[in-house]
Ligand binder design. Sequence first.
Ligand SMILES: [Zn+2]
Length: 167
Amino acid sequence: MADFVESAKHLVSAAVSRTTWEAQKQLRIRNKQGEIDQLLKQRQLLLEELATAAMTLYQQGALSQPQLARVCAGILELDADLRNREQQLQEIKNETYQPEQFAPQPPRDYTPPPVAPTAPTTQQAPGTGGASTGGTPRAADKVPCPHCGQLVRVRALYCSNCGKKIG
Ligand SMILES: [Zn+2]
């Protein structure tokens, strides 16, 4: 009988210490996850700093590394596209109903601008340059980049193919 009580006590204390152990484990997991989250946050901040520094250099014309320049040009193009669409959004919001008006045009499917290719897809053959060759139909809102010949948006500030400043 005494033995039984003793061993029951023992079991209880074993159970308690297991609960404690599990609680400690959960606490350690939370702490470690917190450390990881902190590091990720710091990493994100440094990435943003890196991006800001690169964009600044690029806009100053001091970023000559072509791959980085392309990425920066792509970001600036997206920014311009975003501003355009924000403005269009505002215009749509400001529209008011006019009884004699046609229904608003349903939106056409949005096709995102093409991702900048890593290499120019078309090589302009020198010497053949008749403008009247017809050739491939060119979207009206695209013009060739003066530096690399890749088609870019008409009012693009930067070429998203070669990354150089246009105009
Ligand atoms: Zn270019």
